[in-house]
Design a protein around this ligand. Sequence first.
Ligand code: SF4
Length: 196
Amino acid sequence: MKKGAVRGNALRVRPSDLRTMAFCPRLLFFEVHVPRERGIAELLRLYAGKVWHFLIELFSEGEDEVAAEGAFGGALLKGRADLVRDDAIVEIKSGRGPREGVWYGDFLQASAYAFVLGKRKIVIKYRDKEVEMALKENHEIELVEAIKLLKMIIEGYLPPPKRNSWCSKCPYREFCDALGEEGDDWFPKLPWVKTS
Ligand code: SF4
């Protein structure tokens, strides 16, 4: 089933799309509506990331690559959690974490797996650190709000850009620049980092 397909009455979304949206909502719009072939450098980076995942999963406690599918926030979430322990979801990231807390998109992605699989704790293992976070009711509300934005983008809403230092490497830069800087002021600028 293609990204963003509708099954029954629920729009199917991938938790990894929440991560892309937190990084830049307009980038997610392009990935959904103007998909492109990946370049060699990107494929190599993806492959290196898979090897890193494999090695960490091999030496970690828990069941790896667990299918997670369930209704949440008015959508059907479907993806694969890197590791599932009795008490937590563990997400493995090959990059470095922020100085404090976790990257916001990683929080959204891991929380989505956790709520679908009935866990109340997330662990994010970065290359340079590991962060644990107990999930509370306010996190659930935050995730529902993020899923509402995600659904709008998948259904065709063009969000404003979230400019960042990576823009110069973005494969959609030309499109994005042509669309201009302005966007709807009401669209929230999602934070970069989650600390609590
Ligand atoms: S150029 Fe920057 S703001 Fe535009 S889509 Fe790419 S990452 Fe987002």
